[in-house]
Every structure is written in C-alpha cells, then in structure tokens.
Design a protein around this ligand. Structure first.
Ligand SMILES: Nc1ncnc2c1ncn2[C@@H]1O[C@H](COP(=O)(O)OP(=O)(O)OP(=O)(O)O)[C@@H](O)[C@H]1O
Ligand code: SF4
Ligand SMILES: [Mg+2]
Length: 392
C-alpha cells in the first residue's frame, strides 16, 4: 500500500469489448423466514479474455451473483427481481430455459468448490468427458476420446489414457478438480466461472490448481470469474477485482490499483486481516470487527456502517453509489485502464489505509441512530470500554 493516492487510471487506446454485461442485478430469496436481499442492484462487465476476481466475506452474494448469471438459482426461493445480464449480446435473464442450458453447456463453464457435486459418481471420467464433448461439438466418439486424453494431459493428469477409465472417487481431491477443469475446457467456453475452486484442497495443491486455471484460461483466451473470500488468491490470478459486501459491489479496480490504493474501509479491513507476503509481512493481523448484516433487512444507509470506523452521520441513512475514486474521470469498465470505483462517503486516506484505522484528528465514528445495530459500540461495550477507546 504505497505510491500516489488516487492517480487517474491510465487510458487504453482500445477498450476491450465486454463479453458479459451485468446491469442492476437484483436477486432475492423469498423464504419462510423473510426475504433475503442477496444481491442488491450490482453492475459490472467482463471483457473477452479478462480475469475478474469476486471477493468478500461469506454470505456477501458472490455465489448467488454467478448462479443468477447462469440461471441456476435454487428454485423456487431464488429469483432475479431486477436488472439485465447480457452475454455475448444475448439477454440471459429473459432467455428460454432450454437456450440458457445450451449456453451453460457450451459457452459458460463452471467449476465449484467440491468437484464431486459436478461429476457423476457412477460414470467413468471417459464416459462423462465423451458425453460432454459430443453433446456440444461435432466430433465422433473416437475423436472425443482423443480430445479427452489430450485435455487430461493438459491439466497434468499422469497416464491420461489409463486414468480416463477411472471413476471420480478413484481420484484424489486435487486430481478430481483437475478433471473438472479438463471437462470445463473441453467445451472451449468463452467464460469460466470458478467458485472457490480450491477451498476443499490441501494448501500445497491449491496453488497448483489455481496456477493451472490461470494459465489455461490465459492460453485459451477464456474469460474468468474467480470467486473467493481470500484476497490473497486473486492477487496473482486476476486482472480486476470486485469487492462485494452485503450484496453490493463496494469497490472495483484493476488488481494492481486495488492492492496499491485500497480505498473502501471494507477492502482496507480485508487487506489488514489477511497474511501478507510483501514488505508488510509480519505485521499483526487485524480482523474486521463485527459481523456482516442480516440480509433479511432491506438495506438502509451504507451496509458497512455498523462495522466502519470511518462512518459519518450520513452513512447511517444514505447508501453511497459506486463512483470514481477520482471524481469526474470518465468511467472505463474493463481492461488495464479500468476506472477505480468505490461506494463510500468518507474513504480512508493513504496513511489511514496503511494504518488500517482512521488517524485524522478529531474523528470518531458517528453513533448509530436509535434502533440501529452498532457493532463497534457493542464490541467496545463487551470489552468494557463503552467509549470505544481501548486501554493505552
Ligand atoms: N437457497 C437459499 N435460500 C435462502 N437464502 C440463500 C440461499 N442461497 C443463498 N442464500 C443467501 O444469499 C446470501 C448470499 O449468499 P451467497 O451464497 O451468494 O454468499 P457467498 O458470498 O457465496 O458466501 P460463501 O463465501 O460462504 O460462499 C446469503 O445471505 C445467503 O444466506
Ligand atoms: S465511511 Fe460511511 S460509506 Fe464509507 S464504508 Fe464507512 S460507513 Fe460506509
Ligand atoms: Mg459462495
């Protein structure tokens, strides 16, 4: 977190054409327990060949965003209640179910946390791969088998011809995830969505699988949405990052900009709560205090206000829209020149982002209006310091 604050993004001579355009996406779950406001009007693009990271704590709407895009929301509770999703010029929200299924199988591939949920346990890998390949490409069974062998080799499965005859349970977790990547690539998709693809794997295997996804999507020009709660994972794997909180995108920037100039208090909190491998390595980790909001409540004000040390009075009532960090600059949505956007009334300064807390003179977080949850005040009260000040 060093360098100049808020330098205007470099301009790019040609802006890449978006493959995916999400506009004002709203997803809600109607449950017996109330309405869950899972995704609250988010907009973002993914360019052809671009790798986008989607980051945020558990429950912030990362998976639901992507399930909505590919129209796989759990039914009947989950519904897209607003917005548009345009993929390669086609409106996915209003498309017939059968056409979406076709796109899902052919143009958009998904990799989930647990490959067993996507692999059929009673079919060999060969049967599954051939079925997938011939369903979407005009190839004979023999050609499809040859392609399957080639793909298993590409993802680093030893003796691919032999392993093709195995059932999914005969592979280790890491190898199963490689099989999933091979199956996803078999389609030559335009977009790959990887939702926490390595969370279930051993740490040593995680890095290999991530490297594989990154390398193969880059080599094939496939766009990637990589979902993770771990900012460290997206650092070397993505071109841009959307930080999500409570169903909103609260900050978006190129990966370089985000790590160089984190500008939303939530992003600053995420960075200070994760182990570092840079010149700040060894600094104590500071967890983000408090919990994410109950998504059953319709958001009023900034959703991060109850946990935010930078909050002002306005934050309790007025939820800020995403806007350029440098006011007035033209917004570029994708690519290396993408504009750094944040949704915040009172962004941390560079020094404050480095310190992980407000350091300006005279600032105290605005107290919550009556009836509103104030996580900072409750935690301070639990610690026996109702004024929020710890012992010297
Ligand atoms: N089937 C469902 N029924 C009701 N609510 C749901 C359902 N699936 C998700 N939600 C709610 O939608 C919100 C967003 O969930 P989502 O799964 O997108 O979170 P996430 O960011 O992917 O979290 P994680 O990192 O834990 O995977 C949460 O409040 C969650 O409880
Ligand atoms: S300063 Fe206000 S708007 Fe910004 S994150 Fe904190 S509470 Fe939200
Ligand atoms: Mg998820």
């Amino acid at each position: 977190m060093t360098g100049t604050l808020a330098a205007p993004p470099p301009t790019r001579s040609s802006v890449p054409e978006p493959l995916l355009e999400v506009r004002g996406l709203i997803v809600r779950f109607r449950t017996h327990d109330g309405t869950i406001h899972a995704v609250n009007g988010i907009s973002f693009d993914v360019a052809r060949g671009e790798r986008l990271g989607l980051v945020g704590e558990s429950g912030c709407g990362k998976s639901v965003t992507n399930l909505a895009i590919i129209r796989l929301l759990p039914k009947p509770a989950g519904r897209i209640e607003g917005g548009t999703v345009s993929f390669d010029g086609q409106d996915l929200v209003r498309m017939d179910e059968s056409d979406v299924r076709e796109i899902r199988g052919r143009d958009i591939a998904m990799i989930f946390q647990d490959p067993m949920t996507s692999l059929n346990p009673v079919l060999t890998v060969e049967e599954q791969m051939i079925e997938t390949i011939v369903a979407h490409r005009k190839l004979s069974k023999n050609e499809a088998r040859a392609r399957a062998v080639e793909l298993l080799g590409m993802v680093g499965i030893p003796q691919p011809e032999k392993r093709l005859k195995s059932f999914p349970h005969q592979f280790s977790g890491g190898m199963r995830q490689r099989v999933m990547i091979a199956m996803a690539l078999a389609l030559e998709p335009k977009l790959m969505i990887a939702d926490e693809p390595t969370t279930a794997l051993d740490v040593t295997i995680q890095a290999q699988v991530l490297e594989l996804i990154s390398r193969l999507t880059t080599e094939t020009g496939t766009s990637l949405i990589l979902i993770t709660h771990d900012l460290g994972v997206v650092a070397g794997m993505t071109d841009r990052i959307n930080v999500m909180y409570a169903g909103f995108i609260v900050e978006t920037a190129t990966t370089g900009d985000l790590f160089e100039t984190p500008s939303h208090p939530y992003t600053v909190g995420l960075l200070h709560s994760m182990p570092r491998v840079d010149d700040r390595e060894g600094e104590p980790l500071i967890p983000i205090e408090g919990r994410p909001p109950d998504m059953r409540n319709a958001p009023t004000g900034c959703p991060f206000a109850p946990r935010c040390a930078w909050r002002l009075e306005a934050c309790w009532t007025d939820n800020p829209a995403l806007a350029p960090l440098v006011p007035g600059v033209a917004v570029v949505a994708t690519g290396q020149g993408a504009t750094h956007l944040i949704a915040c009334h009172n962004p941390p300064t560079r020094d404050e982002a480095d310190a992980g807390r407000p350091t300006r003179a005279g600032h105290t977080p605005a107290p919550a209006p009556a009836g509103q949850l104030d996580e900072l005040a409750s935690l301070a009260a639990i610690a026996g310091h109702p004024d929020g000040e710890g012992p010297a």
